[in-house]
Ligand binder design. Structure first.
Ligand code: NAD
Length: 462
């Protein structure tokens, strides 16, 4: 007889949410986690600690640049790096303890240690074997470096090391102008580092609407971040307590070097499936190392499911959470579903960048007839009062039906604003539906309504 209905491997946002939903659905559930604390990469060394540092460094920026303008006088705060790290650690532990509490509340067993799947219906943790009817693999991802560049987490760091630097570096070279590079680059630039971002492509943040990309890069440059674009980083030489980044510019194939104190490698992540025993079990894996599943997160092995960063799709905590809930529902005989067309993406810089649905570039490529409604935060009273009037909201709607196809926001609280568009898209709403919805004044959300109005008769405040 099986001890469990479900064992979830990994307690990141995908795994812990899957475990909680399984328990809520009446399934006897355990979650295997080898880290000291629950919550996976996101809570321990990813989303949550980086948001603490983004928040603290943003407060410093406000104090330096905007306090005096508002009549708040006095000495600008200086950085106590140890205290900032302690604040970050407290934020992590209050979140990870929260998951522990939720596990107890939902009667989920935390099996401590690293798990593997010796055979169908069985999970091995350390030297113990557990019988289970179903297994959900939620093992997440790990940083992927450039071939030949070794991450030592001291001088050449991944996001993990970048969150734990012993001191604020004078010079920081960031390889990759993706989400991680720009978020952590922003943190250190605000804290006083001289930050240079070296990017392979001609534009930052691959996949983001190109109008947003341009505006975003312009704003970041104004904040002091330097960019070397169209540059392929080939190697990093570690020299005692410094490093040299060697790169080649695409336009003329010329070799260059960049001297720095710390190098952050932010060139993407790859699925983490080491030690699970998937090969021996016969689980199908793609060439990118992702576990292959069907549309209901079943692998080719009966009773073994996989979700989150370990499978196909954007490596986002909330995508993993949705899959976790849906997979739990499938296991309990319900119809779990994830709408992959409406998954928001947020970059937590200042201003934030948030996107959902199709970009204008994709619509052009598809040859689709569409309308653009755009509104700049400069016409938003609240944004002006808060020194946050940079950026815009752009809504894309079908030219004929007016149905919303996508939204792209760069501006204050973009990561929160995007969700009204997500809900609208889930309900198949038109831009007019958004435009006719009363929005409280004065709020940033009025800019979303104005962009929706711009798809029709036109906005009021521009
Ligand atoms: P990314 O894929 O977003 O960006 C990597 C960048 O590195 C790309 O622009 C790429 O062109 C560049 N690059 C690759 N090789 C290079 C080379 N040799 N020289 C110069 N540039 C090179 O990856 P990331 O920023 O590391 O993030 C990893 C994953 O984690 C992503 O899927 C991301 O969505 C996710 N993540 C999301 C959030 C968030 O949602 N806020 C935060 C952190 C991470």
């Amino acid at each position: 007889m099986s001890a469990y209905d479900v064992i979830v491997l990994g307690s990141g946002p995908g795994g812990y949410v899957a475990a909680i939903r399984c328990a809520q659905l009446g399934l006897k559930t355990a979650c295997v986690e080898g880290r000291e604390t629950l919550g996976g990469t996101c809570l321990n060394i990813g989303c949550i600690p980086s948001k603490a540092l983004l928040h603290a460094s943003h407060m410093l920026h406000e104090a330096k640049h905007n306090f005096a303008k508002m009549g708040l006088k006095g000495k600008t705060p200086s950085v106590d790096w140890l205290q900032m790290q302690a604040y970050k650690s407290d934020t992590i532990s209050s979140n990870t303890k929260g998951i522990e509490f939720l596990f107890k509340k939902n009667k989920i067993d935390w099996i401590k240690g690293w798990g593997s799947i010796p055979k169908t219906g069985q999970v091995k943790v350390e030297n113990n074997f557990y019988a289970t009817k179903n297994i959900i693999i939620a093992s997440g991802s790990e940083p992927s470096s450039i071939p030949g560049i070794e991450i030592d987490e001291e001088i050449v760091v991944s996001s993990t090391g970048a969150l734990n630097l012993p001191k604020i570096p004078k010079k920081l070279a960031v390889i990759g102008a993706g989400v991680i590079g720009l978020e952590l680059g922003s943190v250190y630039a605000r804290l006083g580092s001289d930050v240079t971002i070296v990017e392979f492509l001609p534009a930052i943040t691959p996949g983001v609407d190109s109008e947003v990309q341009k505006s975003f890069q312009r704003i970041l440059k104004k904040q002091g971040l330097k960019f070397i674009m169209g540059a392929a980083v080939q190697s990093v030489e570690r020299l005692k307590s410094k490093a040299k980044v060697n790169f080649v510019l695409h336009n003329d194939n010329s070799p260059h070097q960049l001297d720095t104190d710390v190098v952050l490698i932010a060139t993407g992540r790859k699925p983490f499936t080491d030690g699970l025993g998937l090969e021996a079990l016969g689980v199908k894996i793609s060439v990118n190392g992702q576990i292959k599943t069907d549309k209901q997160w079943r692998t080719n092995i009966a009773g073994v499911y996989a979700i989150g960063d370990a499978i196909d799709g954007p490596m986002l905590a909330h995508k993993a959470e949705d899959e976790g809930m849906a997979a739990a529902e499938v296991i309990s005989g319900k119809h779990g579903h994830v709408n992959y067309d409406v998954i928001p993406g947020v970059i937590y810089t200042n201003p934030e960048v948030a996107t959902v649905g199709k970009t204008e570039d994709t619509l052009k490529k598809e040859g689709r007839a569409y309308k653009v409604g755009k509104f700049s935060f400069i016409g938003n009273g609240r944004a002006k009062a808060n020194f946050a009037a940079e950026g815009f909201v752009k809504i894309l709607a079908d030219a004929e039906s007016d149905r919303i196809l996508g939204a792209h926001i760069i501006g204050p609280s973009a990561g929160d604003l995007i969700h009204e568009v997500c809900v609208a898209m889930e309900f198949g709403a038109s831009a007019e539906d958004l435009a006719l919805t009363c929005h409280a004044h004065p709020t940033y959300s009025e800019a979303v309504r104005e962009a929706a109005l711009a798809c029709g008769l036109g906005p009021i405040h521009s």
